[in-house]
Design a protein around this ligand. Structure first.
Ligand SMILES: *Cc1c(COP(=O)(O)O)cnc(C)c1O
Length: 359
């Protein structure tokens, strides 16, 4: 029996979650965002299970090429855009769309003759202040893209990205939508703004294309709501096993730094998973794990290869029992809260030591 950590992926949940997206945004096309190795779930596996999406969004050019080499024929958008002339030519060769967020990219496009025209998505910065043109530059860039010979550009799209969509009632969201409308209302093109949070909370953000990421993995983008409340199914369940059970006395401490002290005699289960597997070291005392359907609290610091949970004196746990760290019955959103991070980071950071199994 293996005692290494296992990430079990309920790949059928992808289909279900994609259907939820269609139900919520029936008039929009869906760009499934699968950057960062499919949010840690495996790029190609995710793409194949989301093959009904209208397009894929990735951050890195290698990811886009990898999808093409594997035979994926859907529209693919490079969310960070090309960096130089060579990358642009590569995108054209592989028929990959590019985000255009910088005037330098417009200049590169103007100075090259591509083998075939590409589709570009001009990005307006409506308040995120990360990638994107400010309004004045956006209009200039748009005119130059439109003026360009059709041998380099086939279609132009307009897009923007929310800064605070995970806070549902933040007035910034409304302001960003209004600003996007203001600067794109006269443009005859397809438009896109919504990430998962926009899709779930702001119908007016749906437009022609929605760009869900995290919800496709069954995870809620909101800190105070979990995926099940949106009828999403979690894809990833991270589990390991109890590798030892020991009795400790009142006043004994557990783990590095004596970070937790027993208030009474108790039994501790040592679980074969740690930050070397991607379980967050910052998970605090009391973070729940699931053994035999019951919750037990993490105690002491998470180590590289193991962590400890407090069983109490009255329990049925045995060495070899399966321990669920997040997923089925234990939302990763909840664990993220205990680890002072967001669920995105937890699923992205599962390391290569963990065995991935499809179910
Ligand atoms: C990551 C990303 C998304 C998806 O965001 P989620 O919160 O995971 O739904 C959409 N659009 C852009 C530009 C992104 O970078």
């Amino acid at each position: 029996m293996t005692r290494s950590a296992v990430a079990t992926l309920d790949v059928g949940a992808f289909q279900h979650n994609l259907k939820q997206v269609r139900k919520l945004a029936p008039n929009s096309k869906i760009m499934a965002v699968i950057k960062a190795n499919g949010y840690g779930h495996g790029l190609l596996r995710v793409a194949r299970n989301l093959a009904d999406a209208d397009a894929f969004g990735v951050a890195k050019i290698e990811e886009a090429i990898y999808l093409r080499e594997a035979g994926m024929t859907q529209r693919i958008l490079l969310l960070q855009g090309f960096a130089d002339r060579q990358e642009l030519k590569t995108l054209a060769q592989w028929r990959i769309d590019s985000v255009i967020h910088h005037m330098q990219q417009v200049e590169i496009l103007e100075g090259v003759a591509l083998t075939n025209p590409i589709d570009v998505w001009a990005k307006l910065d409506t308040g995120m202040h990360r990638l994107g043109f400010d309004p004045v530059e956006f209009n200039r860039a748009w005119d130059r893209l439109r003026a360009m010979s059709t041998s380099n550009i086939a279609n132009c799209f307009a897009m923007s990205h929310f800064a605070n969509a995970d806070r549902r009632n933040d007035p910034v969201n409304r302001k960003q939508i209004d600003m996007f409308h203001e600067y794109t209302q006269d443009l005859v093109c397809e438009k896109s703004m919504a990430n998962s949070a926009g899709l779930l909370a702001m119908q007016e953000s749906h437009m022609d294309w929605v760009r869900p990421g995290v919800m496709l993995y069954g995870i809620s983008p909101f800190a105070d709501t979990w995926g099940d409340q949106f009828e999403l199914l979690p894809v990833m369940t991270l589990a390991s096993q109890v590798i030892a059970i020991k009795t400790i006395g009142k006043g004994d401490t557990v783990g590095y730094g004596g970070h937790w002290q027993a208030e009474r005699d108790t039994q501790i289960a040592v679980v074969g998973i740690g930050y070397g597997d991607g379980y967050p070291r910052h998970a605090e005392n009391g973070t729940p794990v699931l053994i035999g359907g019951l919750r037990y609290p993490l105690v002491g610091r998470v180590s590289m290869d193991s962590l400890c949970v407090n069983l109490g004196m009255d329990h049925d746990v045995m060495v070899g029992d399966k321990v669920i760290l997040w997923g089925d019955g234990l939302p990763v959103e909840e664990i993220a809260g205990h680890a002072h991070t967001i669920p995105y980071e937890l699923v992205c950071r599962v390391t290569s030591r963990v065995r991935f199994v499809e179910q």
